[in-house]
Design a protein around this ligand. Sequence first.
Ligand code: NAI
Length: 287
Amino acid sequence: MNLQRIVVIGAGTMGSGIAQWFAQKMCFVELVDNSSEQLQKALHSIHASWDKLVEKEKLSSCQVNQMKKLLEVKHLEQVSKSADLVIEAIIENLEIKKELFHKLDHYFSPQTIISSNTSSFPITLMSEAVSNERKSRFVGLHFFNPATMMKLVEVIKGEKTDSKLCQDLYAWFESKDKKPALCKDSPGFIVNRVARNFYGEPLRIVESDDENKMKEVDKILKEVGGFKMGPFELMDLIGIDVNYSVTCSVWDAYQKEARFAPHKLQKQMVDEKRFGRKSKRGFYKYD
Ligand code: NAI
């Protein structure tokens, strides 16, 4: 497998990180969003991150100049139809994703692999939006936040996804220093299923919007549990809105089993637009 031309759709938290990682691996990347403002913001923050890596002498200015040339921001109608791989990283909403996949299926060449970075929707269900011919080249590629640093990529095989394609993707990511995992197409795949309790139980422990209690839980899980981030810090990084959508979708998929139930505080925060770091206010404040 030779992945050279990548299209990433959605220039938010995940899409911009994924685009940055692929450019760092010397792929040509076209980053798409339906908001021009978001595209410019993403480009600015990726460039700033690369400039910082030059300052810290982790990358040379020559490498960064090359990466900057490899990354372009565009609207969908402007991207190359013969991309090797498309990664969808838009809002976690099944109908909106399916509408996009239908469009992508018509737009890209039959050889193009179309993938989703969904946190929770079944790959087989989303593949209903593409033609039968494309289904074998439709796959889940679930990156973790921040995508440039987190090594794990879940490679999810839908019912009709070609097994050989999954194995080739696995080998390609491994060769690029990621740690891929082949996953079944089950709700939340591996990590997001296990992680539901990492968020849900701490929310049930603190019960109310009490920053001191949250700090205490975060501190205990970091100091005693050995986690790099506490659950409240991590939810703020992921995005409260994104985490809430994933919680609801995994809960629905498990017929509303109590252990997966969302907490009332999550919905309250989404209604108040406290989305975490990206809106400067989540469980904690970011100024
Ligand atoms: P985000 O809210 O930061 O970014 C989503 C972006 O998609 C926005 O810039 C928005 O303008 C754009 N967008 C929405 N509809 C679009 C469309 N039809 N066409 C083009 N662009 C469109 O969301 P985030 O956090 O980046 O999540 C994206 C996906 O990645 C979701 O499926 C989420 O479940 C998944 N994910 C999120 C993780 C996280 O930690 N935030 C981790 C792993 C997966």
